[in-house]
Design a protein around this ligand. Structure first.
Ligand SMILES: NC(=O)c1ccc[n+]([C@@H]2O[C@H](COP(=O)([O-])OP(=O)(O)OC[C@H]3O[C@@H](n4cnc5c(N)ncnc54)[C@H](OP(=O)(O)O)[C@@H]3O)[C@@H](O)[C@H]2O)c1
Length: 324
């Protein structure tokens, strides 16, 4: 691909929704109040950069052809959805959200969850609506509700998140009975977290024609190359989870060096190479979180180059142990 060329939009799975090959994750966005200030999505990465920077992230992404923003009712108790709704007002932005807003949820709560999300977003339709976490709720019952929402035009495409291959198959079958495609399964996938390749999810996506939306594609910033044992990331999650500890940061430096080496050949950053490794698989769509305009510009440029097959293989070989 020439430097000035972009990956063309594709459809999300076999749905009618035209999407770019990369989106923007808005998990940390918004201004939570009260107890929501202590929500995991707010605390995870050390706080948001505020309205102006989030606005720049949307503007920069749109300019680069990245018109898909991912949020969820759960994130900071709706504060992320509210911010995404404000920033998308009057613009051609595709919004992907997720339900439910909390952990106590039954299939019958679905219509109320959908209305509340549409209200926070200030929209009458959601481009992609995803079930955030599988739980005790019956998958066929839930898919029937989602198919109803598609039928009345409140939802364009149906997705799931954190579903196993087997759960995906059940959702796919239930939706197929109603003539609705399962468009996507959003799961964690990056060079440092390659389980979808071994747990059957990537294979099921390929077989069923479902897009794998890759969340945490920069491994929470670890693949950007800016963190090291001496310069550890901020935020509650990144302070307490083993995957962000000093030892883990030392262990990933060979991968970061390889990202840099390959990036230098293309005049690209480690983040762009890490995202590109995902995009080289046509059924994978990463949604890196961007806290500001600069990060959004950096991430969107992953669309304007290609990796050689040997470069993809070298990165895959260097992170083979991350498949387990
Ligand atoms: N479905 C689910 O269960 C689920 C779970 C988690 C996330 N998600 C979705 O996936 C999205 C992305 O995942 P994530 O935010 O967990 O992880 P990520 O995209 O791997 O990392 C995002 C963080 O990396 C840093 N960063 C991003 N771009 C950068 C750049 N170009 N240069 C330097 N630093 C950069 C920023 O933090 P710093 O600047 O502070 O380092 C940013 O907050 C979320 O927003 C959300 O929409 C979904």
């Amino acid at each position: 691909m020439r430097g000035d060329e972009m990956d063309h939009p594709t459809t999300l799975g076999r749905s009618s929704l035209k999407v770019p090959r990369l989106g923007v994750g808005a998990m940390t966005w918004g201004e939570p109040r009260g107890l929501a200030r202590f929500h995991p999505a707010t605390m995870a990465y050390g706080g948001a950069h505020g309205y102006q920077e989030e606005s720049r992230a949307v503007e920069a992404s749109l300019e680069a052809g990245v018109d898909l923003v991912d949020t969820a009712a759960f994130y900071s108790r709706g504060a992320s959805e509210i911010r995404v709704g404000e920033l998308a007002q009057g613009k051609d932005v595709l919004i992907a959200s997720k339900f439910p807003s909390g952990i106590r949820f039954q299939a019958d709560d679905f219509p109320g969850e959908l209305e509340a999300s549409l209200h926070r977003l200030g929209r009458s339709n959601l481009d992609l609506y995803q079930h955030h976490f599988p739980g005790r709720v019956s998958i066929p019952d839930l898919m029937n509700h989602l198919a109803d929402a598609v039928g009345v035009g409140k939802v364009t495409a149906v997705g799931v998140s954190n579903y196993s291959a087997e759960q995906m198959r059940r959702a796919h079958a239930a939706l197929a009975d109603r003539g609705v495609p399962l468009a996507s399964n959003q799961v964690e996938y990056s060079l440092l977290h390659r389980q979808p390749e071994t747990n059957g999810v990537l294979d099921a996506c390929r077989e069923l024609g479902v897009t794998l939306i890759a969340y945490t594609p920069l491994a929470g910033g670890m693949l950007t190359g800016k963190y090291s044992a001496e310069n550890r990331p901020t935020g509650f999650y990144r302070r307490v989870l083993p995957r962000y500890r000093r030892k883990a940061l030392v262990a990933i430096q060979p991968v970061v060096s390889l990202l840099r080496e390959i990036g230098d050949r293309h005049s690209k950053t480690p983040s762009q190479v890490a995202l590109r490794w995902l995009i080289e698989d046509p059924i994978v769509l990463p949604i890196p979180g961007a806290k500001n305009g600069k990060q959004a510009i950096d991430n969107a440029a992953a669309l304007s180059f290609s990796l050689a097959a040997e470069e993809v293989a070298a990165l895959s070989d260097a992170t083979r142990s991350r498949r387990a």
